[in-house]
Design a protein. Structure first.
Length: 245
């Protein structure tokens, strides 16, 4: 994707094709955490207005906009960002430690729901105007890819990702305690791994994160294949492939 070779119209379409799925993926992921916490007894996030589909409630100006934009402009080997953390008071949840894992899983689950809805929406492609069919299909494909990457990334069991909270609950207590202690250093751990990834890739001869996400996207596409119109397969494959380029 080279913006310098694109017309203004093509740039606008591309921004919409990526921007809408990204905003929806982030918003529903965070709202999912907040909604689950509310249902499981903790109203903290709800009191702060986080049980909301309003993206403004969840977007962090620095983590969601500034950092990814700077990395993109500088042509960094990776893109990284984060949303505003959802406040959860674990001691107010109904059933501990189970509810900690359920609240953590709610975010990736929301991404899974968006994947299914995006796949189903492919069935409406033939009934919209011809000129809009390919751009709309590509946006749906990008939505599947974005939500797969966001959901799977957050399930990696490294603090402060959702997977670490799930592992903290189901793992033996000594391991859970180590994960809890690492939570305060989690963001530095993630950034450190991403910074080292080019060197790790050079050492291994491949990018393990790219392989992981490519496998995840391929698996998800095969699972949702029956929900999609067959003539859209090449379009969604191309768009999802762009996530890893």
């Amino acid at each position: 994707m080279n913006l310098t070779d694109m017309t203004t119209t093509e740039i606008v379409i591309t921004v919409l094709q990526w921007g809408i799925p990204l905003i929806l993926a982030i918003t529903l992921h965070e709202a999912g955490h907040a909604y689950a916490a509310k249902k499981l007894g903790d109203p903290t996030a709800d009191n702060e207005g986080r049980v909301s589909l309003n993206p403004v409630k969840h977007i962090d100006p620095i983590g969601t906009i500034l950092i990814p934009a700077l990395l993109f402009i500088m042509k960094a080997p990776f893109l990284f960002g984060y949303a505003k953390p959802v406040p959860v008071s674990y001691n107010r949840l109904n059933t501990l430690p189970r509810d900690i894992a359920l609240v953590a899983f709610a975010g990736p689950l929301a991404n899974g729901i968006l994947i299914v809805l995006s796949a189903l929406a492919f069935n409406f492609v033939p009934i919209i105007p011809d000129a809009a069919q390919e751009p709309f299909a590509k946006m749906l494909a990008i939505s599947i890819g974005v939500n797969t990457v966001l959901g799977c990334f957050n399930l990696i069991p490294l603090p402060p990702l959702d997977g670490s909270k799930i592992l903290m609950v189901i793992a033996p207590k000594p391991i859970g305690k180590v994960i809890y202690e690492l939570e305060r250093y989690g963001m530095f751990l993630i950034i450190g791994i991403l910074l080292l990834m080019p060197y790790i890739s050079q050492l291994l001869g491949y990018n393990p994160l790219a392989v992981f996400f490519a496998s995840a996207i391929d698996t998800v596409l095969h699972v949702v294949e029956p929900l999609m119109k067959l003539h859209c397969i090449s379009i969604r494959s191309e768009a999802c492939g762009n996530l890893l380029q």
